[in-house]
Write a protein that binds this ligand. Structure first.
Ligand SMILES: Cc1ncc(COP(=O)(O)O)c(C=O)c1O
Length: 455
């Protein structure tokens, strides 16, 4: 590990309160700055672990504590008493990133000048090739616009398609960020709660259509759906798309999780559904920031087969790219596929691990089998009832799920995201991130099980 990283970690601990982090460290066993000196914390491009059979090593915990990362350092700030041990919330992976990314960044930082970029062509080439090879999507290069995040693209689209005070429709539970995007665009949201049937979230088609009133001008179709993990079928996408077309609602397809698909499921790009009019009524937003854990490298793109819709989004959009973001993303598109395929298989196994762990050790917790994403949406409503979350939350002005987030952190050290931030239908649910080493995942599950057993 470089001296710079060590120094930053110490500085962060000073600022954040060393007690909180030391508390996390001792108990989690992997989250200590000391552990970072070992196999899990190296940042050298030559030391990224490969197992003897050539596979990447996702099993060795990689210490992120003290790197100003929101998944681990955010909750440590929230619970300064040191009760926090396991950051299982924010949607970022704990794995050391693909070596090709570190190598490309390493090479670029040897040149010490950071003026404006001249071209994003290699990045564009990477986007087109990735979509073509992995998703069978033949994108017209002229239809692809590079962005610095899905947020800025969707906000621009909302500004363009939804007059201030009009509405965007969401099938809920839905990613909490959509509410923030709507606020930023000064538009309102309408929830169409999904139905929970036979262990899967399903769209309530009657409700969805009823909600497509004249003041609803856009719908966000999240595929795979965060936080429920649905990977929408072509048939489902077509049905949403035809309803939207009929009611003059533009489809904004957020496909940021599109690479993280579990075995047995298939991602269908909205732009590939077999109805030209439906496709022409849509704009798709995507990135490889979930695929390669590049969220803070600020890079994404959007495209539309309709030049008119594309031009309307462009009116409100300006990408603010950074050199390192472009370098990292370009390298990932070009050389990262093998790393990601292995990471995806590992996360798939993590889902299976959580599924069987919950069935065996937390029978009161409801499990929904994910089809995609590395998040899982657990139903803690029975436990919440036993701890009186509803009544206790009302005293403090929190939602029951926010109260339970704190309760769980104090009782087990595990920090999850409260279901109430995902709109209607999030009641009683908590979102958990499974993109960690199996050891960290197992420890977090065991700590939760012990806490839940005690009530
Ligand atoms: C569905 C969805 N859309 C968008 C984002 C954020 O995208 P970005 O960081 O590119 O703005 C996330 C992050 O978790 C997400 O889950």
């Amino acid at each position: 590990m470089s001296g710079i990283v060590r120094l930053d970690r110490r500085a962060f601990m000073r600022n954040a309160g060393a007690t909180a982090i030391a508390g996390a460290a001792g108990l989690a066993g992997v989250a200590s700055p000391a552990a970072a000196q070992g196999s899990g914390g190296s940042t050298s491009s030559t030391s990224i672990p490969r197992l003897p059979d050539g596979r990447y090593d996702f099993d060795t915990p990689y210490n992120r504590v003290g790197t100003d990362c929101s998944r681990w350092d955010g909750p440590a700030l929230r619970y300064p008493e040191g009760v926090f041990k396991y950051g299982m919330g924010v949607a970022s992976m704990d794995f050391e990133c693909a070596p090709c990314i570190t190598e490309a960044l390493h090479e670029r930082v040897q040149h010490h000048n950071w003026g404006y970029l001249s071209t994003t062509q290699p990045l564009r080439d990477g986007i087109l090739k990735w979509n073509g090879e992995r998703h069978g999507l033949d994108l017209d290069p002229a239809s692809v616009v590079i962005s610095d995040g899905v947020y800025p693209g969707v906000i621009a689209a909302l500004r363009s398609f939804v007059p201030i005070g009009n509405k965007v429709l969401l099938t809920t539970p839905a990613y909490s960020g959509f509410y923030g995007m709507a606020r930023a665009a000064r538009v309102d949201t309408v929830d169409s709660p999904m139905l929970y049937r036979d262990g899967r979230y399903e769209i309530d088609w009657d409700d969805l259509e009823a909600k497509m009133t004249a003041d609803v001008r856009a719908i966000i179709v999240c595929n795979p759906q965060n936080p429920t993990g649905n990977v929408w079928t072509e048939e489902e996408l077509l049905r949403i798309g035809r309803l939207a077309l009929e009611h003059k609602v533009v489809v904004l397809a957020d496909e940021i999780h599109s690479d993280v698909i579990r075995a047995g499921h298939r991602y269908t790009p909205f732009a590939s559904v077999p109805d030209e009019a439906v496709v022409n009524n849509s704009v798709t937003f995507n990135a490889i920031s979930k695929t390669f854990n590049l969220a803070a490298m600020k890079n994404a793109y959007y495209y539309s087969k309709s030049p008119t819709l594309l031009a309307r989004v462009n009116q409100y959009h300006r990408a603010e790219l950074s050199t390192l973001g472009v370098v990292a993303n370009t390298a990932a598109y070009r050389d990262g596929a093998e790393w990601f395929d292995q990471a995806n298989a590992y996360m798939d196994d993590n889902h299976t691990f959580v599924e069987s762990f919950v069935a065996q050790h937390m029978p009161d917790v409801g499990y929904t089998r994910n089809e995609g994403t590395f998040m899982t949406f657990l139903d803690f409503s029975k436990v919440m009832e036993r701890v009186g979350a509803e009544e206790k939350a009302a005293e403090g002005g929190d939602t029951a799920e926010e109260y339970f987030r704190d309760w769980l952190t104090y009782q087990s050290g595990v920090y999850l995201n409260p279901g109430s931030s995902y709109g209607t239908g999030g009641e009683g649910r908590m979102r958990m991130n499974v993109a960690s080493s199996r050891q960290v995942l197992r420890e977090a599950c065991e700590a939760m099980a012990a806490a839940v057993r005690n009530v």
